[in-house]
Each structure stands twice: as structure tokens, then as C-alpha cells.
Ligand binder design. Structure first.
Ligand SMILES: Nc1ncnc2c1ncn2[C@@H]1O[C@H](COP(=O)(O)OP(=O)(O)O)[C@@H](O)[C@H]1O
Ligand SMILES: [Mg+2]
Length: 263
């Protein structure tokens, strides 16, 4: 898939004696949501940082929208980053700024062509999309955990990115808020045609939002395919990771996996 927006080709990354990514080759298809799953400490966030160009591979390459994020000229890397949105694990909001100014941050950096008024209008539009209408002037410190995630999500999409990266969108949220965030991701993908990368160790929510699943285990890609394919794969580590929370359909049953007690 030459036109895939993100292509990992034989990527290895070590920190000292620790091999964190071990010859990972993986493409992320356009307009789809790919979940990268695996237990904690297995290299998921490190993989994400390669997409942004915050980390560089020791060998192999990472191409994002056609740009080699380790070897391209700084201006090309900067131009590519403008086309990415990122939701960090903890939301990474500035408590000293109000909600709207947090969301406006990427516009202030990358869209100086917009007037302040236009920026504000755009921010109000995305706050509505994440179901926080009218909260522009609210103090960020007054938000609940779920609201902080939504604000982070609004900031990730405010500059109309082609790719949005989420690091653990559900971590620290109660199940209902977590489901609401998943539903929001789903709606956005349908509405905006964005390529999503969702990093998660929470398999249940992931299965509901992902079109494709890639599983990392100790730095190796041990499974990759459509969600329907991956949930039926026989790999023992994958099975152990998936099986804890899910009831899996029989091999010839086309229904999706589901939670115990939920049809
Ligand atoms: N900048 C760094 N320097 C050294 N070790 C790191 C660095 N970043 C991550 N690691 C190590 O790499 C491993 C994978 O980390 P990470 O990708 O954050 O895991 P996770 O799958 O939980 O997101 C961990 O053992 C972590 O301690
Ligand atoms: Mg992580």
C-alpha cells in the first residue's frame, strides 16, 4: 500500500540494551482506525513517537504522508506535523489557559492566516463536535477527567488534520465516559474521513472503534489484520490478551465479539 498515510518499514529501536521495537513493518490504511494494542511497556507509545518524529529508528524507516520522519529536511517534517493531530495520554492541557485557548493552541502555532475571530469560531465549532458547546471561557482546572479528554480531542482535530493519533484515549476514565469517547471517535471518523491511530491496552473499547488491529508484544508485531480477523487469530499471546475480557464468536459465526452479559 504505497498510498497508506503511515508506513513502518522494518523499524527497530533500542534504548541501551533494551530492544523496544524489533523489526516492525506496519501500514495504517487511509480513513480507517487502526488500534495498536499490547500490554504496558511493550513499545506502543514509542511507536507513536516515531510517527510524530519525536523518536528516530535505529534501522528501518517511518514514512508519514510520504515524508521520512527521521531523514527529511526539518521544514518537510514541520509541514507534515501540521497535518497531524495528537491526543496525549493525560490530555496535556495547560491549566493556566481557559478551555478555548487550549483548543486554539495548534491554530496559534500553525494558522496565523486566521484572524482571532476566525480562530475562535473554529474552536467553538470543534467544542460543539466534542459535545462541550459554550465552554470556551471555562477554566481548564475546573474540568472533569472525561471533559479534559474531550478538550484534548477537540485540540487534536481543530486544525483539520489528516491523521489523528491517540495515546490511551480511555485511560483513567470510568466505563461510561470511556464509551462516550469511543463513540465520539467513531462519529468523527465517519464525518471527517480522518486516519486514526489509537494506542490502547484496553481491548474492549478498542474493538468497538477499530477497523484494524495490530498487536505489539515485547517490541514485536505479533498480529495484524482487520478487527474481525484478529479476534479470530490463534496466536496464544493474542488469545490470552483478548480472551480475558471478551466472549469470542465461533469461527463460523460472523457476529462481532462482545462483552459478557451484553448481546
Ligand atoms: N526515551 C526513553 N529512554 C529509555 N527508555 C525508554 C524511553 N521511552 C520508552 N522507554 C522504554 O521503552 C519501553 C516501552 O515503552 P512505551 O512505548 O512507553 O510502552 P507502552 O507500550 O506502555 O506505551 C519501556 O520499557 C520504557 O521504559
Ligand atoms: Mg504508553
Amino acid at each position: 500500500m504505497d498510498d497508506a498515510p503511515i508506513v513502518f518499514d522494518g523499524v527497530s529501536k533500542r534504548f541501551g540494551a533494551l530492544t523496544v521495537l524489533d523489526n516492525v513493518s506496519l501500514t495504517f490504511p487511509k480513513g480507517k482506525t487502526t488500534a495498536v494494542i499490547g500490554p504496558s511497556g511493550t513499545g506502543k507509545s514509542v511507536l507513536l513517537k516515531h510517527i510524530v518524529g519525536l523518536l528516530h529508528p535505529d534501522s528501518g524507516s517511518v514514512r508519514v504522508l510520504g515524508v521520512d520522519m527521521a531523514r527529511a529536511r526539518p521544514d518537510a517534517i514541520y509541514a507534515t506535523r501540521k497535518r497531524l493531530g495528537m491526543l496525549f495520554q493525560d490530555g496535556a492541557l495547560f491549566d493556566s489557559l481557559c478551555v478555548g485557548d487550549n483548543v486554539a493552541f495548534p491554530l496559534m502555532q500553525h494558522r496565523r492566516d486566521l484572524s482571532q475571530r476566525q480562530q475562535r469560531e473554529r474552536v467553538e465549532e470543534v467544542l460543539e463536535m466534542v459535545e462541550l458547546p459554550g465552554l470556551y471561557d471555562r477554566a481548564t482546572s475546573a474540568l472533569s477527567g472525561g471533559q479534559r479528554k474531550r478538550v484534548g480531542l477537540a485540540r487534536a482535530i481543530v486544525n483539520e488534520p489528516e491523521i489523528v493519533l491517540f495515546d490511551e484515549p480511555n485511560s483513567g476514565l470510568d466505563p461510561m465516559t470511556s464509551d462516550a469517547i469511543d463513540a465520539l471517535i467513531h462519529t468523527m471518523k465517519a464525518r471527517l474521513g480522518i486516519t486514526f491511530v489509537v494506542i490502547s491496552h484496553d481491548i474492549v473499547g478498542t474493538i468497538n472503534v477499530a477497523d484494524h488491529i495490530a498487536m505489539l508484544y515485547q517490541g514485536k508485531l505479533i498480529a495484524h489484520g482487520t478487527t474481525a480477523e484478529v479476534v479470530r487469530m490463534e496466536h496464544p499471546i493474542l488469545r490470552r490478551f483478548l480472551g480475558r475480557n471478551l466472549i469470542l464468536p465461533e469461527a463460523d459465526d460472523p457476529s462481532p465479539p462482545h462483552l459478557p452479559g451484553v448481546p
